[in-house]
Design a protein around this ligand. Structure first.
Ligand code: HEM
Length: 180
């Protein structure tokens, strides 16, 4: 069997075991990306609208957020580990190669976006989202509760956008398209 990929050459093409490990790493990476992005879309587009007007909305949103956060941390951990492994399988094994090669620079872009996603996730879950839920339980009709609800909703949307960009950059890397 031929293990090399003609359009995107990668460093492990000589060994079948390494080639399979590379395939496994990309597979787990895509699976985790599906869960992370799909989960956020499901929460934002299905769960939150369904709960609008529900008397227990704040409590349910808080519970759903807490459970999704736990699974999301695992998904993001898998994405980081398999993402770094993907880069290594593609020949980026030193910090210097992150700057010096086109694929390395794309990886760097992904790492920067990943940092933004994690920072926004922490802000969303630990700061604004938590304050919004607490206030929606204590004073659901207050202007401040509505302001915090809107703010956490916007942080969530930007986090989703950054995650979708991460997926796009990944698809570009996989097809050998370098943007910088
Ligand atoms: C929320 C975070 C992330 C998401 C949603 C995501 C998503 C994706 C997707 C959808 C692909 C396309 C796979 C394909 O078309 O075959 C991909 C590929 C890739 N990702 Fe990520 N990714 C994330 C984080 C990372 C991180 C932190 C790194 C590490 C720097 C990384 C490195 C890569 C690499 C190198 C590829 C190309 C794999 C290959 O085909 O050789 N990703 N990513």
């Amino acid at each position: 069997m031929e293990w090399s990929v003609s359009t995107t050459s990668f460093a492990v093409s000589s060994s079948p075991l390494m080639a399979w490990l590379y395939v496994l790493s990309v597979f787990l990476h895509v699976l985790a990306a599906m869960f992370w992005i799909g989960g956020m879309m499901f929460l934002g587009l299905v769960v939150v609208p369904v709960l609008r007007g529900h008397p227990e909305r704040a409590r349910l949103v808080e519970q759903l957020g807490r459970v999704f956060e736990r699974a999301g941390v695992v998904a993001l951990g898998v994405l980081l580990v398999t993402g770094i492994a993907n880069l290594a399988f593609r020949g980026v094994t030193t910090l210097e190669q992150l700057w010096a090669t086109p694929i390395g620079r794309m990886g760097l872009l992904k790492l920067a976006l990943f940092g933004i996603v994690v920072a926004m996730g922490l802000w969303h879950n630990r700061v604004v989202g938590r304050q919004a839920v607490q206030l929606l339980q204590r004073a659901p009709r207050s202007d401040e509760a509505e302001r915090l609800r809107r703010l956490s909703s916007w942080v969530g949307r930007w986090m989703l956008l950054a995650s979708v960009l991460l997926a796009l950059v990944g698809v570009l890397i996989a097809r050998g398209v370098w943007v910088w």
